[in-house]
Design a protein around this ligand. Structure first.
Ligand SMILES: [Zn+2]
Length: 287
């Protein structure tokens, strides 16, 4: 009897407290919880990426020392001639091996945050169900995204190295200056790219985890875009999307949120919309 009374009183109290919150307040709480959950993954993944970039840099510098400098023997004055030389491929890191390494390094973070957010969302929606990380669609997402991010990351690094080293060789620079160029490419990667890549991939995996949880719960019919409350990261495009609703497995569309915002096209099933986007989702329940 007493227990029931306490429970009833607590329920009334909870209802009363909840009624004082506006939808905006609740969204802020939801978003803050999302960031609290994803942030540790971002930080650790950034650190791992920095470490990988450092090792890659070492490999390139070792390759450069091992293989002779083309400018010593001949004056190379046209772009095409520079391209014909083997020196560049001798200097670059072993791409296939590094693709595997980045992908393997990313998987625990992508899978980890996906499961963490997925389980939290599911617990929030319905009691007593465990998030199914072995679901084939979930496994496919993790593998595909690890490969995709790894491919894009290594392509970008190779593009930058190629551009800077060819420019240096064309200018007749010696090893000290060419080394500085390599330092610059990897310095930029460590200082800026690592953070951006980690944040983008973690937010993508976390939101896909939320959507997988909505599907697994059986009590959700759709999803709503919840724009980041962090002014520094999400501005124009995401503000437009705030509150937009769509069905599970559906896209938020691409209208009005295209290339000028750094988004390169394709469907947008969940955030991120752009690099460093920290938006999240909320569930629309079946009535
Ligand atoms: Zn955003």
């Amino acid at each position: 009897m007493l227990l029931k009374q306490i429970k009833d009183n607590t329920d009334t109290l909870v209802d009363e407290i909840m009624s004082r919150f506006t939808k905006e307040d609740l969204n802020t709480i939801t978003w803050r919880n999302f960031i609290r959950r994803t942030r540790p993954y971002e930080v650790k993944f950034t650190k791992v990426l920095k470490g990988l970039f450092r090792q890659q840099e070492k490999e390139v510098l070792t390759n450069m020392r091992k293989h002779p400098h083309p400018n010593r023997e001949a004056q190379i004055d046209t772009y095409m001639e520079v391209l014909k030389q083997n020196w560049l491929s001798d200097w670059l890191f072993a791409e296939m091996m590094w693709r595997k390494r980045f992908s393997n390094a990313g998987k625990p973070f992508i899978g980890g945050v996906l499961e963490d957010v997925g389980q939290a969302e599911l617990t929030n929606l319905i009691i007593g169900i465990d998030f199914d990380i072995t679901n084939p669609l979930v496994v496919e997402f993790i593998n595909k995204n690890a490969d995709k991010f790894s491919f894009a990351t290594n392509e970008a690094t190779i593009d930058q190295l190629r551009k800077h080293l060819i420019a240096g060789v064309k200018l007749g620079e010696g090893m000290p200056d060419l080394t500085k160029r390599v330092n610059k490419v990897f310095g930029f990667a460590e200082k800026y790219r690592a953070t951006r890549i980690a944040r983008t991939e973690i937010i993508r995996a976390a939101n896909s985890g939320a959507e997988f949880a909505y599907i697994q719960s059986g009590v959700v019919k759709g999803k709503e875009w919840l724009t980041s409350f962090d002014e520094r990261t999400c501005e124009i495009g995401c503000k437009e999307l705030n509150g937009r609703k769509t069905g599970l497995g559906k896209s938020f569309g691409k209208q009005g949120v295209s290339a000028d915002l750094g988004y390169t096209g394709g469907e947008i099933p969940y955030p991120p919309l752009h690099v460093s986007c920290r938006c999240s989702l909320t569930a629309i329940l079946i009535e």
